[in-house]
Design a protein around this ligand. Structure first.
Ligand code: ADP
Ligand code: MN
Length: 340
C-alpha cells in the first residue's frame, strides 16, 4: 500500500504539502493562480519556441509540472489529461491509493510537481524570496500595509530578496544561531532555520547567513567552494532568463539544494550539472517486472530552482520583471564575493 507523508525536507512555507513513498513527487495544495502560471509557461514554451539567444527558458528553472490531483479520484486519469504537455506522451506516472479526504464532502485538489529533493541523501535547502514588492493588486488594504512594512524592515526592501528559511545539516556555524531563530530536527542532525532569522538579517550580515548555509561539515573546502561557484554561475544564467521573460512574480522563491552526503560526491567524482536534467528520464516500471528499486532518478549534487507562483502571472509584451531582477542582482554581487 502506497503511503503519502508530509514533505519533511522543506525550508519554509505552509503545511499540507505531501510526498509519495519514493519521494519523486510532491503534492502541493492547489492554488488556481499557481496552476494557471504552470500551464501558461508550458503553453508558451510549446507555441512560441523562441530560441532567445541561447538563454535558458524560465520553465527549465521550474519544477516539472505533472498535473492536478483530485483527491479520491483515479489519479492517472487526471494526470493523463494534463500530462500530455510532457514530451514523451507516455503514461508515465501511476499514483495508486492516494489518501481520500476525511468524508467531509470537500474535494481537495493538489498540484503534482517534481520533488526537487529526490535523489539527494542529505539535502541542504535554502528558500530565498525574491522581490521588494511583496503584494499584488489582489491583496486587501490590510495585506498591502503589512507587506509594505515587512519589505521596509527587511532585506526585501534594501536588497530585493529575503531569506525565507533553511533546512540544513547542523554545522559549526548553526550552533551560534539565536534560539528564537531555529530548531533542531531529526535528533539534531538537521536544523530548521525559521522566517524570523531571515526577517532579521541586514545588508551587513546577510552574507554570513549564506556562509552558514554552505558551512557543511561533511564536505571539504574544495567541495564547498565548488558550490559557491556553481550557484554564482546559475544566478548569472538565471539573470539572463529573467531579462528575457515577460512575467510578473510576486513572492516567488529561489530554492537552492545541495548534497551533504560526501559519499555521493565520491560516487559522482564531484561531477555536478549546472542545469538540472529533464525530470522524466527513468525507466518504465511495467517493462521490467522487478521489485521496488527500478526507478532511479539521476540527482545532481546541487541545484537551483524557481518555485511558488501563487502570485505570478505571464505578462506578454510587458518586458522583464523589474521587481525580481533587483534581488537577483543583489544575490549576484553577494555570491561573487562569496566565491572569491
Ligand atoms: P508556500 O506557497 O507554502 O510558500 P512553496 O511552494 O514556497 O509553498 O514551498 C514551500 C517549501 O516547500 C519550499 O521552501 C521548499 O523547501 C519546499 N518545496 C516547494 N516546492 C518543492 C518542490 N517542487 N520540490 C521539493 N521541495 C519543494
Ligand atoms: Mn513560499
Amino acid at each position: 500500500m502506497a503511503e503519502y507523508t508530509e514533505l519533511e525536507h522543506k525550508a519554509a512555507g505552509h503545511d499540507g504539502t505531501l510526498t509519495d513513498e519514493q519521494g519523486l513527487l510532491i503534492f502541493k495544495p492547489l492554488n488556481e493562480q499557481e496552476l494557471q502560471f504552470y500551464k501558461d509557461i508550458q503553453q508558451q514554451q510549446l507555441t512560441d519556441n523562441v530560441e532567445s539567444e541561447g538563454d535558458i527558458p524560465l520553465e527549465s528553472w521550474m519544477p516539472a509540472y505533472l498535473g492536478v490531483l483530485d483527491e479520491g479520484h483515479n489519479v492517472s486519469e487526471n494526470l493523463a489529461k494534463d500530462v500530455q504537455v510532457i514530451d514523451s506522451g507516455e503514461d508515465l506516472i501511476n499514483i495508486p491509493n492516494f489518501p481520500t479526504s476525511q468524508d467531509n464532502g470537500t474535494s481537495n485538489r493538489f498540484l503534482v510537481l517534481q520533488n526537487l529533493t529526490a535523489g539527494f541523501n542529505k539535502p541542504n535547502i535554502i528558500d530565498i524570496k525574491l522581490g521588494k514588492i511583496l503584494y499584488d493588486e489582489n491583496a486587501t488594504e490590510d495585506k498591502k500595509q503589512r507587506m509594505t512594512k515587512v519589505s521596509e524592515t527587511t532585506t526585501s526592501g534594501s536588497l530585493g530578496f529575503r531569506i525565507c528559511g533553511m533546512r540544513i545539516e547542523s554545522n559549526k556555524m548553526t550552533s551560534t544561531l539565536d534560539p528564537n531563530h531555529h530548531e533542531f530536527q531529526s535528533q539534531g542532525e538537521y536544523v530548521f532555520i525559521n522566517k524570523m532569522f531571515g526577517r532579521t538579517r541586514t545588508v551587513e550580515d546577510v552574507t554570513e547567513a549564506f556562509e552558514t548555509y554552505f558551512a557543511n561539515s561533511s564536505l571539504n573546502e574544495e567541495r564547498r567552494n565548488h558550490l559557491k561557484t556553481i550557484f554564482l554561475q546559475r544566478l548569472q544564467l538565471f539573470f539572463n532568463t529573467i531579462l528575457n521573460s515577460e512575467v510578473r512574480m510576486i513572492s516567488s522563491s529561489l530554492l537552492f539544494i545541495y548534497e551533504g552526503d560526501a559519499s555521493r560526491w565520491d560516487e559522482q567524482k564531484d561531477e555536478d550539472s549546472l542545469i538540472a536534467d529533464e525530470f522524466i528520464d527513468y525507466e518504465d516500471e511495467e517493462s521490467q517486472d522487478s521489485d521496488s528499486d527500478d526507478i532511479v532518478p539521476k540527482a545532481p549534487l546541487s541545484l537551483m530552482a524557481l518555485i511558488d507562483f501563487a502570485h505570478s502571472k505571464v505578462t506578454k509584451g510587458a518586458g522583464y520583471d523589474e521587481n525580481v531582477i533587483e534581488g537577483v542582482e543583489s544575490l549576484l554581487s553577494i555570491f561573487s564575493k562569496l566565491s572569491d
